[in-house]
Design a protein around this ligand. Structure first.
Ligand SMILES: [Zn+2]
Length: 188
């Protein structure tokens, strides 16, 4: 990302919306926006294989692995406004499992791009399935979209839920139901 160019574009944008980019409070804003954008879109510049490298372990198990309530922050590709929520992941391994922190990193990687929630859900599921050749994968994302809450229909409490099920999670209703009940189960 070319920071100077992005900073110039942000200065122009500020002028266009009726601001004065030279006033004191805004002087460093283009600098900050460029850095924030670089972080929020770092998924474009992160290599999945490199990120996962070294964090896949051999283990003979057929039990379902669940990682739930993974925080998620992304930006919608239609308005470049944030959507945020939680991601729940389940998979049944086929000889290989993920290191525990890697699932959260995968969520971050795909979230830090301009997204639609449906594709984000699908990409996370597909990546897990392909990377460890899992027998089955399920991903559920619950998220609130600022483009709906702050503008447009202004529905502050609406939550969008998307799911992607692959392999045995797709083929077997029993497996899918086990996934759903584990997601809903509370340990407290
Ligand atoms: Zn939007």
């Amino acid at each position: 990302m070319n920071h100077e160019r992005v900073e110039q574009l942000v200065r122009e944008l500020l002028s266009e919306i009726g601001e004065n980019p030279e006033r004191e409070g805004l002087l460093k804003t283009p600098y900050r926006v460029a850095r924030a954008l670089e972080f929020l879109t770092s998924g474009y510049r992160t290599n999945v294989a490199e990120m996962i490298n070294g964090a896949i372990f051999h283990q003979q198990t057929n039990s379902m692995v669940i990682a739930k309530n993974i925080e998620l922050y992304s930006m919608c590709e239609h308005h470049m406004l944030p959507f945020y929520g939680r991601c729940h992941i389940g998979y049944i391994a086929n000889g290989r499992v993920f290191g525990i922190s890697k699932l959260a990193r995968l969520v971050n990687l795909f979230s830090r791009q301009l997204q639609i929630q449906e594709r984000l859900t699908e990409q996370i599921a597909r990546c897990i399935k392909d990377t460890i050749e899992a027998e089955g994968v399920g991903v559920i994302i619950e998220a609130r979209h600022l483009c709906m809450m702050m503008r447009g229909v202004e529905k502050q409490n609406s939550m969008m839920v998307t799911s992607s099920v692959l392999g045995s999670f797709h083929d077997s209703a029993a497996t899918r139901n086990e996934f759903i009940s584990l997601i809903n189960h509370s340990c407290s």
